[in-house]
Design a protein around this ligand. Sequence first.
Ligand SMILES: [Fe+2]
Length: 243
Amino acid sequence: MENSEEKEGGQGERATGEIKALDKELASHPSLLSDGLKGTVAGQHHGRSHKDQLNNNTSTTTSTMTLDAWYMDESDADPRLPHRLEPTQPVSPDQLRQIGVFHWKLNADLYEDDPELDQIRREQGYSYSDVITVKPDTLPNYEEKLKMFFAEHLHLDDEIRYILDGHAYFDVRSECDRWIRIALRKGDLITLPAGIYHRFTVDETNYTKAMRLFVGEPVWKAYNRPADNFEKRQKYLASLQSA
Ligand SMILES: [Fe+2]
């Protein structure tokens, strides 16, 4: 769910966080279609690394209990299909935490005024947010955009998404470089650590509405694999060894 220039290797942009500036960015990058833009940047950068979260997670709301995840098959059929193995090979919440993936389950109907969400944002330092919608009738070149979202990539910052409506899949690489598919539904807030290879798609319903959160001013730049030389990637790999 990044913009096309970023995915195609262009220069990443730093949004100012001001509504005006973000509107300009949205206008030039239709993949960032927004309905209910919240654009806010405030507070301090105090987000924690996934290792810190693993060792010292103080939030009472953290949960991966309801998250459905599984190892994917090798099929090159439509990415929007579930791609489960037969029999299915589930991935546990602990396994996800070990690779730095964290999850909360919230009431998305309350997202505009939710004390629980506010608490998570305070604890994690998620000072920026906006809302995007991915569906065919609002996203020009929808199929092409989906292909772009599905290219394996990493970021130099955590990727944080809160599903407000619809469905989505995030695929992340396991320690052994296998694809793990994480099914996200309304109310799922997920964080992927900087440096993890991953990709995104909607499911067969072709619709998701999500809040994007960020620590400080957002940087949407994505680096397609191979991107192993980045320090953040190396730090992430080192964190897997010590987790
Ligand atoms: Fe990403």
